[in-house]
Design a protein around this ligand. Structure first.
Ligand code: TRP
Ligand code: MN
Length: 448
């Protein structure tokens, strides 16, 4: 029997050791009394759109910060992140010829799993920094103390972020002509411009063609608005449980903290608390597939999380590394195919390609990222399956966190503007470089 709190009977990895049970309870009840952030109907619509991805009729672009920060609350960061994702989506939509499902890692991506639960400096040991939904970065007892009231701050920040996203995506900011004009500016300024100009020019011609045919582009709602969904890793189960609601229409349970939730590489134990919680909510689910998961385990997890094999319910996000994806991914695809398990396949080319440089600065090479994406497409082409999407860590800011890209950032550039709270993100121009290169791969897929 599943209930929103049945996970409490299982072992839950990566949870803070909340120091004060009363404090925790009062935050949980305060959260439970708040309105939902998303509605069941929206989550169902996303599942249906992901079912199209699973069937090879759409492509998924899931992207955003590694971790959101309580200190970054203004409109500009949200606007710029959305802008990049929309720019990428236009190129991908044109190149693939199918709808691009747009999902942000945003409006709730506040928790981080850690390789060590405790951090020790000298002879002081403190709780690791687990993201702003739990504690704070400075290495002091006060900052590192898990503070349950932070879950309420996370909720309110998610609500204001989502509110702005809803306004931007329905209020004219996402207008196709406008997003296309931004892409043209990018192409003009880009070192790779020549290559990308071809795609940008074709989009220009497609729009001119529609106008010439008598379609008034300014009157077509679908050209001004986009559906934009939000997602985060379902890590802190007290938070997720408190925002879980029963849909009055269907009687089904939904985790109303986000449209889509994913289960991380460190919390996907078959009998663990995270799998127990997520199997009972009807949101579309992502699951990271790393190098240490065997194909039969992937299959068992899919069966546990999606016993009815509903298309669009499960998105598998492989994060293997550029050198091993070609060896490891086919085994998973074949095992699932053998069992008739229906999933969306997407590629996270970020997390398997992280290394440290300049002492202890985490970074990633643009070339490794694109290499993993290329291999992902090649594996699917060989097996005759649909390379369904990409999952990226990026920001709209001009950061210097990943190496390479059109502007060829070097190791000595990293210090210029390295602001991530956790993993290194692609900056706006690297993200667009990547999108145009993926657009070329998608074009090839159609023999163009
Ligand atoms: N509404 C369509 C879509 O979401 C077309 C569209 C309008 C669009 N504005 C966009 C696509 C911005 C990508 C980016 O696909
Ligand atoms: Mn990350």
């Amino acid at each position: 029997m599943w209930s929103p709190d049945s996970w409490r009977g299982r072992e839950a990895c990566q949870q803070p050791r909340w120091p004060d049970a009363e404090e925790l309870k009062s935050s949980e009840s305060a959260l439970a009394a708040q309105p939902p952030l998303v509605f069941a109907g929206e989550a169902r619509r996303l599942t249906a759109e992901l079912a199209d991805v699973a069937a090879g009729r759409a492509f998924l672009l899931q992207a955003g910060d590694c971790a959101e920060s309580f200190h970054v609350t203004g409109a500009d960061a949200i606007r710029d992140k959305l802008k990049v994702i929309l720019q990428m989506a236009v190129a991908l939509t044109y190149a693939s010829g199918v709808p691009v499902v747009k999902v942000g890692r945003i409006a709730g991506q506040f928790a981080k799993p850690r390789s060590r639960e405790i951090e020790t400096v000298g002879d002081v040991s403190l709780e690791a920094f687990r993201g702003h939904i739990v504690n704070d970065e400075p290495f002091t007892p006060a900052a590192r103390r898990p503070d349950a009231a932070r879950m309420l701050t996370a909720y309110h920040q998610s609500a204001s972020t989502l509110n702005l996203l809803r306004a931007f995506t329905k209020g004219g900011f996402a207008d196709l002509s406008r997003v296309h004009a931004w892409n043209q500016e990018f192409v003009e300024d880009s070192a790779m411009g020549q290559r990308y100009a071809i795609i940008a020019d074709e989009i220009e011609r497609a729009m001119a063609f529609m106008r010439a045919c008598g379609i008034d582009l300014s009157k077509e709602a679908s050209l001004h608005e986009v559906d934009f969904y939000v997602s985060h890793e379902a890590l802190i189960l007290n938070y997720e449980e408190a925002l879980t609601r029963q849909d009055s229409l269907t009687g089904d349970w939904y985790d109303c903290s986000a449209h889509m939730l994913w289960i991380g590489n460190r919390t996907r134990q078959l009998d663990g608390a995270h799998v127990e919680f997520l199997r009972g909510v009807q949101n579309p689910l992502g699951m990271k597939v790393g190098v240490d998961l065997a194909p039969h385990e992937t299959a068992a997890l899919c069966e546990r999380l999606n016993p009815d094999n509903t298309p669009g319910r499960i998105t598998l996000i492989s994060r293997m590394g550029r050198d091993v994806i070609t060896d490891l991914l086919p085994g998973h695809i074949e095992e699932l195919r053998r069992r008739g398990i229906n999933v969306v396949w997407t590629c996270d080319p970020m997390h398997g390609n992280t290394f440290t440089t300049n002492g202890d600065v985490k970074t990633r090479r643009f070339d490794d990222i694109i290499a993993e994406v290329r291999s992902f497409f090649a594996v699917h082409r060989d097996l005759g399956t649909w390379a369904g999407g990409v999952h990226l860590e990026l920001t709209g800011d001009d950061v210097t966190e990943c190496l390479g890209g059109g502007r060829a950032l070097s190791e000595s550039d990293l210090a210029l503007n390295y602001t991530t709270m956790c993993d290194p993100r692609l900056n706006a121009s690297q993200s667009l470089d990547l999108a145009f290169q993926i657009a070329e791969l998608l074009g090839d897929r159609y023999g163009a």
